[in-house]
Design a binder for this molecule. Sequence first.
Ligand SMILES: [Zn+2]
Length: 273
Amino acid sequence: MPELPEVEVTRLSLLPHVLNRRIDHAQVLIPKLRYPIDPTLSQRITGATITRIERRSKYLTITTSQGSLMVHLGMTGTLTIKPLDAPLLKHDHAHFSIGEHSLRFNDPRRFGALLWAEPGNEENLFHPLLKKLGIEPFDPLFTGEYLWQHARQRQQAIKPLLLSGDIVVGVGNIYASEALFKAGILPQRSAKRIAKERYQRLALAIQDTLQQAITLGGSTLRDFQHGIEQNGYFQIHHQVYDREQQPCHHCQSPIRRIRQAQRSTFYCPQCQR
Ligand SMILES: [Zn+2]
């Protein structure tokens, strides 16, 4: 499943090709997605100039001179730039001709979304999807103090709390295990029993882990789609994730795996407390 780093790298990869460019032609091939694509989308967006692409959590908003398109990649979606004459693929749901390029939305499992909002209607249409989201991990307001303030009122263990996305967005399953290892915090520790100084380390570890994945994604853009199809994650060098029984790189103890909220968690019983 594409996570925040993949969505951010998608945004960065599109910008140089589509920003301030005109959509010459658009076509919806398969409208069936998590929400059906507006059947009038091609008419409404043709001729529009793309003025901004922003990301909030895993949503991308493509703002144009004629309205805004919100994109979610769901479980298997990709939004990629191809040469204009590249053949259409089986699960291409829509394509947009922009100069010598074609912007393609492909999604085999159809959990993604392409939502069109006319100017002035963005708030109505997009706000309900965004309003419950936690803060962005790269927002200057996201600090150890912020994490501590919010987490100490909660009854959950720290790892499922991070995954829930209602305090901070973008900390998917792999990134949560890796960031907790980096911060030396046991994933099953009660969120309200973790000291403020340790939350400061955790906030930095979350930013480091996500930034590492974004940087790696940027440098392997050519393989981006391939990577998504394989497992949906950039191959950051895992310290604990998917390393059950293998020796910890720091202390040689065997890495352990447990289940928390139906997800696998990996940790080092020596380095994390
Ligand atoms: Zn260790």
